[in-house]
Design a binder for this molecule. Sequence first.
Ligand code: AKB
Length: 315
Amino acid sequence: MKKRILIIGACGQIGTELTAKLRELYPAHKVIASDIVEGDEEMMKSGPFELLDATSYSEIEDIVIRHEISEVYLMAAMLSATGEKFPMKAWNLNMNSLFNVLNLAKEGKIEKIFWPSSIAVFGPTTPKENTPQRTIMEPSTVYGISKQTGERWCEYYYNKYGVDVRSVRYPGLISYKTMPGGGTTDYAVDIYHKALKHKKYICFLNAETTLPMMFMDDAINATINIMETPAKKIKTRSAYNLSAFSFNPEEITESIKKHIPDFTISYEPDFRQAIADSWPQSIDDSEAREDWGWEHQFSLEDMTKIMLENLKGKY
Ligand code: AKB
């Protein structure tokens, strides 16, 4: 079967950049973007687009067959903060979409799946520093429970049915191209916009909340690299820890102040503080580095420079 790719959730924070990168790397007409709503102009004109409800098995199956899809990147999900407001909706979307693609692969209709997990699989009883690949996992959010459950099912489908599914546990992801939606790490994107627009930011997490983070370009590279790695090198079929750097709101503020000296931050923690407090502060990703050569390229300082340079024209 020749490589033809379907991205589900192509209009989201990761999906938008993943689609653009895949359409650069492969013939654009073989990279089919899909989402529940239409994409922006760039998405719609750079390659094929299909409207798709990820919870509908028959809708996905129809697109897979019509476009002779071999690989699916399932990026549709409800994130941690929104998931706490709509627990059953989050569970239904996150689990049903995963079962739909796992079952299509089990039936031999697709060859390979990428499905993202998250640092949200960890919980308050997990060791917080340099969190190992295998450790205590008692997530306390609906999103985290869905990702942990999803990891178990991915490994099960690999062991039981030979489904070639690959996954990483994304940290908070930061990009200037697309806004995140409904996550606990979203402040780390918003802060750059507000720094340029108002020179001040009110943060919904407190100053000391250290979380693992990553620049989007590194996350996209990791995603495509794990999919390109020969199957025998992928030893973990639940999800790999993945890490770049960690910071807290005070530290990102310091890094912004190097470019905007009069920028100020104040703190009004809300319900997202408890979610952030339940997550690790730093991640041990040595298995990803050993098994499939993962390497990050961007530091916090690199990222701040790129974010501010690219966003300044907007304000
Ligand atoms: C969130 O904050 O919910 C996400 C994540 C860490 O998976 N960005």
